[in-house]
Design a protein around this ligand. Structure first.
Ligand code: SF4
Length: 114
């Protein structure tokens, strides 16, 4: 039996899941899906910054286009620490395509003109 707090919405239900993937404590279906995913294939979205060669800012805010496998997050964050892009950058422009063969892109979350 595993116990953890659901992070899908602010209500923060206390979830329990057993070895047969029976879930309790959830108040909705999203909590059920989250509990099963957390045990079988845990994922997390990331938001961070990368270096940018620009006249206006030094770090470009970026995020993952979809949640990433939790076990790859540390390596991905380390990799992104060495990524540098050059202005101009569009909002939602792909900064790293298919990072670590996950099928997920790292995209900018702001526009930088120069
Ligand atoms: S189980 Fe549903 S209501 Fe409870 S925290 Fe998760 S998403 Fe929110």
């Amino acid at each position: 039996m595993k116990e953890f707090v659901c992070i899908i919405c602010p209500r923060g239900c206390n979830l329990k899941i057993d070895e047969n993937l029976n879930v309790s404590g959830n108040s909705c279906k999203r909590g059920l899906e989250y509990a099963i995913s957390e045990v079988t294939n845990p994922v997390r979205s990331i938001t961070t910054t990368v270096k940018i060669n620009s006249n206006s800012i030094k770090r470009l805010p970026v995020k993952s286009s979809n949640p990433l496998p939790k076990e790859k997050i540390f390596a991905i964050m380390k990799y992104l620490d060495n990524v540098e892009v050059k202005a101009p950058i569009l909002m939602h422009e792909i900064v790293v395509r298919n990072i670590f063969d996950t099928g997920v892109d790292i995209i900018s979350t702001r526009e930088v003109k120069d």
